[in-house]
Design a protein around this ligand. Sequence first.
Ligand code: HEM
Length: 186
Amino acid sequence: MAHDFEQLTQYARSFTHLTSEDEALLKEVGATITPHLKSITESFYIQLGLIPETQPFLEGRVDSLKAMHTQWLESLFTTEFNASYTEHMYKVGSVHVQVQLPVEFMSGGMTLINDQLIPLIINLFGEDTDKCAKILSAINSATGFSLLTMQQSYQEASIAEELEKFLKISGMSRVLFSNLAKAYNN
Ligand code: HEM
């Protein structure tokens, strides 16, 4: 399926209100925040470890997961939130779909990450209340943007699954279905 990642980017921006000022601010404060992100990841995995349902997905690969997840966290403070970031996060979502990670792990995981980031930002920037509030808002937008674009993969995987079921039950071939769908769209 061809995706319009530009459109998905605008859609994600409409919910998250991620502005170019937010992006510039994230880049500005990145150098101060980045040295702390490994310990944020450590706490994230401690929190995940307390949830029994996550165990099958963590066993035997915690170290590589920590590396991948830290790298993503660092990218929040360097990336442009454009169509290519959206495409990247869509693909990250697909990796989670492929390993059959339950969809609520996405929003649950992002909540845990924000929960770790909020006290860190208050510690680092709390003396300047106005700036601190702006940084928290930018981070909320950036993690929300990432969550929305990752979860899009789940939505499309579930539509594909339904179609698969329909083809099986009806005995209709995929080619016939595609031709009918094309004719309907025309
Ligand atoms: C909610 C925020 C999360 C983000 C931003 C995130 C990000 C990532 C990234 C960047 C990758 C690498 C994808 C690739 O191969 O290109 C990945 C893989 C993976 N993540 Fe996450 N993840 C999140 C939550 C979770 C949670 C909550 C779990 C499990 C409890 C999890 C389990 C996994 C697994 C099992 C893989 C595949 C690792 C492999 O290929 O062996 N992720 N994630």
